[in-house]
Design a protein around this ligand. Structure first.
Ligand code: ZN
Length: 158
């Protein structure tokens, strides 16, 4: 049985820095095995029941992947879709498609700009402090759509 799970989380890196959190906002709802959350977290929450609080460690390879040196490239400043000052650490989408990777400016040398298209969390082992708010069987409609329809299964899809 695939479930729809609703949870709150706080995500930390190995140094304990908080990278992201749902605290104070809406919890996340997902359909198991549907790619709605990172695979390594999905897999580790399969037996978690409503009310459970646990720390879930997800190695980088099962989260945003290992860093790939081939994703670091040097380009000319003139080709970049940027207005104004170019700053180290600036992030922008590499193309007009909304699924285009986000690249980060990691070096600037005159007209040469080095861009890193690795996900900012590539190579980072993640620790999630998770609280399961609810867990229920997925509806037939959710299974056929491949995603959750909100906490009670009656929400509409986007
Ligand atoms: Zn749907």
């Amino acid at each position: 049985m695939r479930r729809v799970v609703t949870f709150h989380y706080t995500l930390r890196d190995p140094a304990g820095r908080v990278l992201d959190s749902s605290a104070g906002g809406e919890p996340i709802t997902y359909l198991e095995g549907a790619g709605q959350i990172i695979d390594g977290l999905d897999a580790r929450l399969r037996s978690a029941e409503a009310g459970a609080k646990q720390r879930v460690q997800v190695p980088a390879a099962e989260a945003y992947g290992e860093r790939d040196a081939a994703q670091v490239q040097q380009v000319k400043r003139a080709v970049l879709p940027l207005d104004g000052e170019l700053q180290l650490g600036a992030q922008f989408q590499a193309g007009p498609d909304r699924h285009a990777p986000v690249v980060t400016v990691v070096a600037i040398d005159g007209e040469d700009v080095t861009l890193d298209a690795n996900h900012p969390l590539a190579g980072v082992d993640l620790a999630f402090d998770v609280e399961i708010v609810a867990a229920r069987a997925a509806t037939a409609e959710e299974l056929s759509h491949g995603h959750a329809h909100g906490g009670d299964g009656t929400g509409h899809c986007q």
